[in-house]
Design a binder for this molecule. Structure first.
Ligand code: FEO
Length: 388
């Protein structure tokens, strides 16, 4: 695939993967992108997962024919992009590896036997590498997603090689019925969500660049309406709600808490709330629930009390939100317990330290099953949610 006349896509699609990064379901597979820049000198941008090294080397060979790459640019050392470095260097031993100082330290730790000798070029923020008519400009992007990360701007073709930034779950040869946003958002909040400040810093640097194409390490190459994608990243990384809506996440044992969550969803819909996302934390995809919580402006958590604590899947969900700096939202609670419901108080305590969280005045406190009093509490909760 041609990105521009001189930039060729040589990445691969993974349809065998069970869990990305050992935890994320990727029903549409995954893509590990890599690119070749053809000029007087040739640069290869990143490698791919080791399981696909032969296919990737074949793609490079088909692109280069008898020519040899001069540079291998390593933007990110996570093994989904770096694991094939040593195999590549066996095939092309004269290639100079270009990376940040920290990436070279990681490279030594991942590849204990690899000795790059004089075949390495350390580049820092602002460094340039001339390939001929193409000039690569390196921009440090620490913690987007690891500390060694840099992104690369080709000023001739106006291409931003964005590393994990602007990536998406899903193989590139599978059409995503939901378009780009959903799986890109689930990917963003799952993987980079904790580092909003660092993404904001990168966006500020990128604002000074004239970008025609974004070439990430996962997902499709973005060639149109670049402002749309940058706008989404600006919203996500500044922790602003993207849409008005209510996420209701529940943890139920015998179905009474689920019933309460479902009833709340019905009541909200009946009042005209357009986006109501109901999620069973024990059975539905948790990263989808995280994505939903960050997408919308209001969140209701409904949990049974268990071992005098929050039910485990709910505790885990809240911890995942906190770890990703959840903020700027309205949060309310439904608790259940057969003799001493106290999960609402415990859930609320976990949100106390987060920035700009508004708590609903109304809490629904259930003793085993919904009572008439609970229904009245729920109506108050609905009124409060709508007025927010
Ligand atoms: Fe796609 Fe952080 O690796």
């Amino acid at each position: 695939m041609t990105v521009t006349k001189d930039i060729i896509y040589v990445g691969v699609n993974d349809h065998d993967i069970d869990l990305f990064e050992g935890q994320y379901n990727v029903p549409l597979g995954m893509a590990y992108n890599s690119y070749v820049i053809l000029d007087d000198k040739i640069a290869v941008m990143d490698t791919v997962d080791l399981d696909f090294v032969d296919e990737w080397l074949g793609n490079i060979k088909n692109t280069l024919g008898d020519r040899k790459p001069d540079y291998l640019v390593v933007q990110h050392m996570e093994p989904d992009h770096s694991a094939s470095i040593d195999v590549f260097l066996k095939e092309y031993p004269e290639t100079i590896v270009v990376a940040s100082l920290q990436a070279f330290k990681m490279l030594g730790n991942f590849f204990r036997e690899l000795d790059l000798k004089d075949k390495q070029l350390v580049v820092g923020n602002g460094a340039q590498l001339e390939l001929g008519s193409h000039v690569l400009n390196f921009v440090a992007a620490p913690m987007v997603h690891w500390p060694e990360v840099m992104v690369t701007y080709d000023s001739k073709d106006k291409v931003l090689f964005s590393a994990d930034g602007f990536g998406k779950f899903g193989a590139n040869d599978v059409e995503d019925p939901e378009g780009w946003d959903c799986e890109a958002r689930r990917y963003y909040f799952g993987i980079v969500g904790k580092y909003g400040a660092q993404v904001q810093a990168l966006l500020k640097k990128a604002a000074g660049l004239d970008i025609a194409v974004i070439a990430p390490l996962h997902g499709p190459v973005l060639t149109e309406d670049i402002g749309y994608y940058i706008g989404k990243y600006d919203i996500w990384s500044s922790y602003r709600a993207e849409d008005k809506g209510v996420t209701i996440a529940y943890a139920s044992v015998y179905g009474h808490t689920r019933k309460a969550a479902e009833l709340l969803a019905e009541k909200l819909k009946a009042k005209g709330v357009e986006h109501v996302e109901l999620t069973d934390l024990a059975r539905d995809d948790e990263p989808e629930a995280i994505e939903s919580a960050f997408r919308y402006d209001r969140l209701i958590l409904a949990s049974v009390t268990y071992n005098a604590d929050i039910f485990p899947v709910m505790r885990n969900f809240i911890e995942d939100l906190c770890e990703r700096n959840y903020q700027n939202r309205t949060v309310g609670f439904i608790e259940n317990g057969s003799w001493a419901p106290l999960s609402a108080k415990l859930m609320r305590a976990k949100f106390e330290g987060l920035k700009n969280i508004a708590f609903l005045d109304t809490t629904v406190s259930i003793l085993s099953s919904l009572s008439a009093e609970n229904e009245a509490q729920m109506d108050k909760m609905v009124d409060e949610l709508i007025s927010k």
